[in-house]
Design a protein around this ligand. Structure first.
Ligand code: TPP
Length: 668
């Protein structure tokens, strides 16, 4: 039963009380936000008219089940056990708020209470709920995950991917559609050409019902059935709750678009008077009056206290973006040196992680039985079983979202996104979801997942299978981004990523999968840290990924001309090893060239150059040069690719220019 429930059985009086708490809470928020001056900043989305849904649902759940809520989620938050004062203080952005003012009204999260969170990205909670449910099955906890979303969310890709994922694996998920008839300012009838949204679910082969979402008991019964099926291992179910929206889309919405009769019809179905009538029919008038008085007192006291609470300290605004990097693990160099290809080194790292950490799962498209399209996960499913290494639907949002949910539950998912280009269809789960968890929860929760992907151009690869996208990811606070370029790094950096407590993206290079090198399995490290791959005092090439090899080739060519150029392999763009960059710039007497395969404009090279200019300007002997793929889409023809991607010869030319006439040099 709900943590908010004092009694085991939901009575009409109790249902009324709990629904009234939600209603009065929101009325108070509306009051505070429309006061002059407003006491509450920002947008608030009220669930008035939908209170029966969380109240009924919670009665079908155990305290241990997980709730992933719609952004219109005050009711779910209160019902899952967040106190009125803590929630109100959060909406007031006070330090005593459940998220210390970092979440505000629409993004409250408290995974430690089973409240995985609201989600301000429509539909995004479904894949996350699938991940929570995946963890439940794997860990055998018996928990289910309930995810709520609005009617408009049934048109969202992430929702469909999440359902496909959950249905494919028969995960214990209950999908609760809160159909209030409106998607922001558009009636749902305009975007779904049939009346019953539950019909959408039948295409996934899962049971679906429609119930009166203004009746907590009808909701409870439907969710109890769905939860029972989920607990029996029969997979997800869809419960459409037919409800009403009483308070507009958000606090300042004047509803100019809404027909008067629609609002009137909604008011006629207001669940609060109905719940009151039911309470009066089964309890005395004095009991009902007591409930009303107590609820009012609860709201008034919470308001007084929340308003008096301090605002967050400005000095804390940068805290909890990422965990502190742990010290480098003990290593024993020289033990177990073996010659492996880059791809084999990744496979070895995955095998060792699966072996040493029972909480590691590996999943993605084709990674199971087939071993991945590049053979990198070959043999792992056979060795560790299909519970731990498995194939997924072609649903990148669901793959990443499931990783978010599973990581919140204490697992360490390592997921493969076959091509970095495909990350673009699912970035929400990395950027808006995974990267936020630590910050919004002030470090009380995190999403320690690892995404492995590969990128770059190879002869014949088209414009949708060639891009180098690291700068997009390195731009996001909260994400770690590493680009191994040697078999040893492919091994050690992946293991560092798994050990790290934050979301990490490891970007491999398809063109490097077959290169061979010595790998020391005992060589463990923490995330971060650049490596000087070659010393040289005439200039330094700062690079990463595929360009490391071209830079080293260029350095050898230059050495034969008597020019000694250093090569710094950054390896991790986040965290960035700024001290290694500074040391390299100084050792090269301020002659620097940054080389990368990604397009030039907005490439990470610009960040490196800006950082050097900011901190080391007076160490520079010449303007910093950048060599990158020009701002062109990537053609498939090998001849055209070769005309664009930096070659060793092009690097040599730039370095010569830099070394020979430093003061005149500029970008090529
Ligand atoms: C992915 C995404 N697209 C658009 C929005 C902007 N937006 C916020 S709420 C909303 C309407 C959602 O409608 P529905 O799912 O029916 O939920 P309801 O408002 O009825 O609770 C929209 C479009 C968003 N937050 N996320």
């Amino acid at each position: 039963m709900s943590v908010a429930t004092e009694l085991d059985v939901l009575t009409p009086l109790l249902a009324y009380r709990r629904m009234l708490v939600i209603r009065r809470f929101e009325e108070r928020c509306l009051e505070l936000s429309t006061a002059t001056p407003p006491a509450m900043a920002g947008s608030l989305h009220f669930c008035a008219g939908q209170e029966a849904i969380p109240v009924g649902a919670m009665d079908a759940l155990t305290d241990d089940d997980r709730v992933v809520a719609t952004y219109r989620g005050h009711g779910w938050a209160l019902e899952r056990g967040i106190g009125v004062e803590e929630l109100l203080a959060e909406c007031l952005h006070r330090s005593s708020g459940i998220n210390g003012g970092r979440a505000g009204s629409p993004y409250v999260m408290a995974p430690w209470l089973g409240f995985v969170g609201e989600n301000s990205i429509v539909g995004a909670g479904v894949p996350i709920a699938a991940g929570c449910a995946l963890a439940s099955v794997f860990l055998g906890t018996g928990r289910i995950a309930v995810v709520s979303f609005g009617d408009g969310a049934v048109n969202q890709g992430a929702l469909h991917e999440g359902i496909a994922f959950a249905a494919a694996r028969r995960l214990p998920v209950v999908l609760v559609c809160e159909n209030n008839g409106w998607s922001e300012m558009t009636p749902i009838s305009e975007t779904v050409p049939f009346p019953r949204l539950a019909d959408r679910a039948t295409g996934y082969g899962i049971p679906a019902v429609t119930v009166d979402g203004c009746d907590p008991f009808a909701v409870r019964d439907a969710i109890t059935d769905a939860a029972t099926r989920a607990r029996r291992g029969e997979g997800p179910s869809f419960v459409e709750c037919d409800a009403v929206r009483l308070m507009a889309h958000y606090n300042r919405d004047i509803e100019h678009y809404r027909p008067a009769d629609d609002l009137e019809a909604a008011r006629a179905r207001d669940p609060i008077p109905r719940a009151r009538a039911a309470a009066e029919a089964s309890s005395s008038a004095a009991e009902v009056a007591t409930v009303e008085r107590e609820v009012q007192e609860l709201i008034d006291t919470a308001t007084e206290r929340a308003l008096a609470a301090p605002r967050p300290e400005r000095s804390t605004a940068r805290d909890h973006v990422s965990a502190a990097i742990p010290s480098t693990p003990e290593r024993a160099p020289g033990i177990g040196l073996e010659s492996l290809t880059f791809g084999q080194a990744v496979n070895r790292a995955l095998g060792n992680e699966l072996e040493s950490r029972p909480e590691v799962l590996v999943f993605g498209e084709d990674v199971g039985a087939a071993g991945g399209i590049f053979g990198v996960t070959r043999g792992l499913q056979k060795r560790f079983g299909a519970e731990r290494v498995f194939d997924t639907p072609i649903s990148e949002s669901a793959i990443l979202g499931a990783a978010v949910g599973a990581s919140l539950e204490g697992l360490r998912p390592i997921v493969e996104v076959m091509w970095a280009d495909f990350l673009l269809v699912a970035l929400d789960q990395l950027v808006n979801q995974a990267a936020n968890v630590r910050y919004v929860t002030s470090g009380r929760a995190s999403a320690p997942l690892v995404v492995r992907t590969q990128q770059g151009a190879t002869p014949g690869s088209c414009a949708q299978h060639s891009q180098s996208l690291e700068a997009l990811l390195a731009h996001i606070p909260g994400l770690r981004v590493g680009l191994p370029a040697t078999p040893q790094d492919a091994y050690s950096m992946l293991r560092a990523a798994v050990a790290d407590d934050d979301p990490c993206v490891i970007i491999e290079s398809r063109s490097l999968y077959m290169i061979e090198g010595e790998v020391d399995e005992e060589m463990l490290e923490s995330v971060g840290g650049a490596r000087m791959r070659r010393a040289g005092a005439d200039a330094v090439i700062i690079t990463w990924g595929t360009m490391l090899h071209r830079s080293l080739e260029a350095a050898s060519l230059l050495a034969s001309e008597g020019i000694e150029v250093g090569v710094l392999d950054l390896r991790w763009l986040a965290p960035l090893d700024e001290s290694a960059i500074a040391a390299a710039v100084r050792a090269a007497h301020g002659r620097v060239i940054v080389v990368h395969e990604a397009n030039r404009t907005g490439g990470f090279g610009a960040e490196i150059a800006a950082g050097i200019a900011e901190h080391l300007l007076y160490e520079l002997d010449a303007p910093i040069m950048r060599l990158a793929t020009p701002d062109v889409r990537m053609p498939a023809a090998p001849e055209l690719q070769a005309a664009l991607i930096p070659t060793a010869e092009a690097i040599v030319k730039c370095v010569r220019q830099l070394v020979e006439s430093p003061s005149d040099s500029g970008a090529p």
